[in-house]
Design a protein around this ligand. Structure first.
Ligand SMILES: Nc1ncnc2c1ncn2[C@@H]1O[C@H](COP(=O)(O)OP(=O)(O)OP(=O)(O)O)[C@@H](O)[C@H]1O
Ligand SMILES: Nc1ncnc2c1ncn2[C@@H]1O[C@H](COP(=O)(O)OP(=O)(O)OP(=O)(O)O)[C@@H](O)[C@H]1O
Ligand SMILES: [Mg+2]
Ligand SMILES: [Mg+2]
Lengths: 227, 227
């Protein structure tokens, strides 16, 4: 369903050209569970942003469910981002003046459901990440790991079939982190596609496939022998 | 040098009172190496902010080098924050419109040194965290782990004797994270005091003492048997 061919993403800074991604090719099918790993600065978030239609490659092509993303109009792109993909950002990107509940309800505004139903859905998503007792808190009234969990709930509230999570457990203790990975595992068992960027080998062992980046290139792309 | 007695930090939210910290007492001596652990939301960042004179407790007393912090004036507090303590924030808090170099130079503005010397010091600090090749980048032109390293360099550039690091490796791969912990270890061997909040047992094993929080209280405060 996701087909990347020769993807290059570069930045020109004065005299210098930085290759965030260099000639990356990979294909992902429906219902895969992939971990993306690699050193700090190796291009993982850049790759996630291109897969999530939030960034455009400088060269190469990306097809989403058989259609070239470069040929889609704004409405089609918005449709993918709002309904097909749930994105957990490495920096959370919560609205600072809205409560946890309001932040999680936001993606449902486009769904056409009643206000009551949206609120129920949002509370359910927050409960799934053990945040039901903090729904009236704004981001600056939450701990780092609590903000991370609100960002996860917001990504999952529309029940997207493709989940892109950029280091979703970076601010969580082991026990809470394992609960989140358990949540992703059940979503995977329901037929969804899970792509997680992680630094932690413990988290990566749950994935069925591991892709390792180094300096903007794919260093390794293997089936996980432990799964 | 740091003496906390009966520290409580609470927040009133409508009908509810949230105890971020409840009756926390602990003493830290010069040249200790302490890891603070505990579940998400257990009060670790709140404790760090009080130790770093960035937040005031609701009850209890805190003495810094023998003097009650509650009796210090703004100038004395600023002196502690700018010269004695280096703080790595869980959310980095970099200035978005300044480059990595400018962000790391900023704490030196008060030092009275020449512009040339400040720049040399900042480049040295950025080199210590392997960020010498990104000094002209602004935060939004850096990866998550690169921003984290700029925040670390900024905390260390004034050569403070007390280093407070709130999850300094949360966005770093294992190898880069170990380099940062190695850096903290050498600073410890030079006689400085290191306090690290971390979720990772691997990181905590390097500390000489481990303090565990749960629901705003000290659950455990032990010498690390592995060290
Ligand atoms: N301004 C605030 N208003 C209300 N509650 C707050 C506020 N700031 C923090 N809290 C609450 O205080 C508790 C402790 O927060 P703190 O940030 O110290 O946790 P933490 O241990 O650092 O967590 P994490 O590991 O997730 O970073 C949390 O339950 C949080 O929701
Ligand atoms: N706007 C930009 N301008 C210039 N360089 C950039 C820009 N954005 C990212 N980069 C560079 O591209 C490279 C890849 O960044 P990316 O955020 O994808 O890394 P990452 O693998 O997610 O790292 P981390 O594990 O630290 O989050 C980095 O070296 C970064 O400095
Ligand atoms: Mg990243
Ligand atoms: Mg915290």
């Amino acid at each position: 369903i996701l087909d990347l061919k020769g993807i290059t993403r570069l930045y020109r800074m004065g005299e210098e050209t930085i290759y965030a991604l260099r000639e990356v090719s990979l294909s992902l099918s429906q219902n895969e569970y992939v971990a993306i790993m690699g050193p700090s600065g190796s291009g993982k978030s850049t790759l996630m942003n291109i897969i999530g239609c939030l960034d455009t490659p400088t060269h190469g092509s990306y097809s989403f469910e058989g259609e070239k993303v470069s040929r889609m109009n704004d409405r089609e792109l918005a449709g993918i981002r709002n309904r097909k993909i749930g994105f957990v950002f490495q920096t959370f990107n919560l609205l600072p003046r809205s409560t946890a509940l309001q932040n999680v309800e936001l993606p449902l505004i486009y769904s056409g459901e009643s206000r009551r139903k949206r609120e129920d859905r949002a509370i359910e998503a927050l409960t799934d990440v053990s945040m039901a007792d903090r729904i009236t808190h704004k981001p600056n009234e939450l701990s780092g790991g609590q903000r991370q969990r609100v960002a996860i709930a917001r990504a999952l509230v529309t029940k997207p079939s493709i989940i892109l999570a950029d280091e979703p457990t970076g601010n969580l203790d082991t026990k809470t982190g394992n609960e989140i990975i358990g949540l992703f595992e059940s979503l995977w068992e329901e037929g969804n596609t899970i792509i997680i960027v992680t630094h932690e080998e413990d988290i990566a062992t749950h994935a069925a496939r591991i892709i390792r980046l180094r300096d903007g290139e794919v260093e390794e792309d293997v089936v996980n022998p432990n799964r």
